[in-house]
Design a protein around this ligand. Structure first.
Ligand code: WT7
Length: 567
């Protein structure tokens, strides 16, 4: 039975001060996520409790207690401070899911610097635009990724340090590079934690929008108040849990719940530094006796595809609570998991911008398969009329998901882009950019995004970013990027490309261009299909009509094409 109280009880007279109290925080106090996730847990008598069970390739395993992570984060913080990193400067983590990623995250916060986590599969171009925009002072990386940083460092005048956590003593380091080994460094018992307060910037996560380059979503230390309570009440983390969040901290789920939520609640978590593989995942759950599992629909659909038989080979009886995030969780996936694991996946909905779970299937609440559930206590969510931005009172009507600003983990701005931030608010609501409908019981049903952003396997890809990269290919004259349906990933990237004269279309060109994007941007942004066309449909003013190509891919009504130039 859950120890968190019923949804009905919790929404009554809800106040965030409840979370503040549990975290011993009062307005005006020093508030530091790095300290809260390590030192504070040690002070609660859990210094010897396991904080992290890490497993890498070939079954390699490392274990860290809360005291170990306290020391490791002190050590990394002291090292960076010694390198001259100042409070508020951005430090990028460009790492696989190695322990240094998790510990570096908190070490950076402890010295008051801002963490900028970036997915290690990003190519040099994706990396460049984000480091340039953030004016990042240091990058922490591994030797396998350092060549991508070397390729762009000359274009990054703010980048003073490239820290390599597994430098090979035999291979010489280059300009601005420093080796740092967590295992060899002398543990730092005492670190002066920078006196960050509620509104001090903490994490800068880059997310993709419809237009323009990726935006830096600026969070602050006060986000902890939301992340802690949602980890307790939605993920239902308890003292004896073994928790597994499958998300990469390059994305917000992997930081809000793969680091902060897990450790601020003093929970033991495990990390698998491997991509998706059904049997490896089941084996991992069996071996570590995972109890709470936070994953994503694409992974669940992949598990469904490998079927029920393989599940029987493993003892998954330790599992007690399953939660999903990132994309629509189809009803079949909920029903399947209930049948096969004996537990339904609980959908949760939120965004990089919101910092924590906004709408979810609260433990103990009736699950309606296919619905995202209801707003977290303290969150006012509504379905808004797209013209007036007033809540649609009638159940069943589709509108925009709006959230009433004011919860602790809301982004504070888009980095150096206050204008775009302001545009996200209308009539007193924060506009998520998603569409949904509400039923008569107050459950939210996701309908779709209200923009052209592609959600592939739970990860957002901006068509604009892919189109810009395509234009850098010498054979490409123009391009339009849209999503196309996919059984597993829900959507994948598809590009329509017109080639320059003298460049013949064909399988070779397709492969060559796909690879170009994979290397420059990332495997996720790589088009799964390229359709070569003579020209692209445009409006009279010359704007490429993505909408038309999108509709064709999805077999939808094309709508008004009266402004088309060459239909
Ligand atoms: C977008 C946010 C929140 C962590 C991971 C994604 C989509 C998210 C759901 C869900 C349907 C969902 C929305 C949202 N999304 N959760 N449960 N059902 N769609 O963070 O990269 O900022 O993406 O993901 O479109 O706006 P993100």
């Amino acid at each position: 039975m859950s120890n968190i109280g019923s949804y009905e009880q919790r929404i009554k007279n809800f106040d965030w001060s409840l979370s503040e109290k549990e975290l011993d925080y009062k307005a005006g106090d020093v508030l530091n996520i790095g300290w809260h996730c390590t030192d504070r847990i040690c002070r609660q008598g859990k210094a010897d409790k396991l904080a992290l069970i890490w497993e890498g390739r070939g079954g390699k395993e490392k274990r860290y207690t809360f005291n170990d992570i306290r020391l490791a984060t002190n050590t990394i913080g002291a090292f960076l401070r010694g390198q001259g990193i100042k409070p508020n400067e951005r430090v990028c983590l460009f790492l696989d899911k190695v322990p240094e990623l998790y510990l570096g995250f908190l070490g950076i916060l402890k010295i008051g610097a801002v963490v900028q986590p970036l997915f290690s599969a990003f190519g040099d171009e994706s990396l460049h635009v984000r480091l340039e925009n953030a004016e990042t002072a240091a990058v922490i990386t591994q030797k396998k990724h350092v060549s991508k940083v070397r390729k762009i460092r000359d274009k990054l005048p703010h980048l003073r340090h490239i820290v390599v956590v597994d430098a090979d003593p035999a291979a010489p380091l280059q300009e601005r590079e420093t080796a740092f080994s967590l295992e060899k460094a002398a543990p730092v018992e005492h670190l002066d934690i920078h006196p960050t307060s509620a509104e001090t910037p903490s994490v800068l996560h880059y997310t993709s929008g419809t237009t323009g380059m990726p935006k830096g979503v600026q969070h602050v230390h006060y986000s902890l108040i939301s992340q802690y309570l949602t980890a307790r009440w939605v993920l239902d983390l308890r003292d004896d849990d073994i928790y597994w969040c499958t998300a990469d901290p390059g994305w917000v789920t992997g930081t809000s719940y793969g680091i902060i939520g897990a450790w601020a609640t003093g929970t033991t978590q495990c990390v698998l530094d491997l991509g998706f593989m059904t049997e490896a995942w089941y084996k991992f759950i069996e071996k570590h006796r995972v109890t709470v599992w936070y994953s994503a629909p694409t992974a669940i659909r992949s598990l469904m595809k490998t079927g029920e038989e393989v599940v029987k080979k493993y003892d998954l009886s330790s599992l007690r609570h399953l939660v999903s995030v990132g994309e629509p969780l189809n009803a079949e996936a909920v029903i399947w998991s209930e049948k096969v694991y004996g537990l339904p996946f609980h959908d949760s909905y939120w965004q990089t911008e919101t910092g924590s779970i906004m709408i979810s299937n609260y433990p103990g609440m009736k699950i309606k398969p296919g619905s995202m559930g209801r707003p977290f206590p303290g969150i006012t969510a509504a379905v808004l009329d797209p013209n007036s931005f007033a809540p649609l009172d009638e159940p069943g009507k589709v509108g925009l998901i709006g959230l009433r600003p004011g919860w602790p983990s809301m982004m504070r701005t888009y980095w150096k882009n206050e204008e775009t931030y302001r545009q996200k608010f209308q009539n007193g609501w924060y506009l998520t950019g998603d569409r949904a409908r509400l039923d008569k019981d107050g459950y939210f049903w996701f309908v779709g995004r209200d923009d052209d952003v592609i959600n592939t396997g739970g990860h957002l890809v901006s068509p604009f970013e892919v189109e810009s990269a395509l234009l850098e290919h010498p054979a490409v004259a123009e391009s339009a990027v849209v999503s196309k349906p996919d059984d597993i990933n829900m959507e994948v990237v598809k590009a329509f490309v017109a080639l320059k004269p003298g460049h013949p279309p064909g399988a070779d060109s397709e492969l060559e261009i796909m690879n170009f994007i994979r290397k420059k941007l990332s495997p996720l942004a790589m088009p799964q299909e390229i359709e070569f066309v003579e020209s692209l449909p445009k409006t009279r003013s010359g704007k490429i009509m993505r909408r038309l190509l999108h509709a064709r891919e999805w077999g939808e009504e094309i709508g008004d094409t009266s402004s088309l130039e060459n239909d």
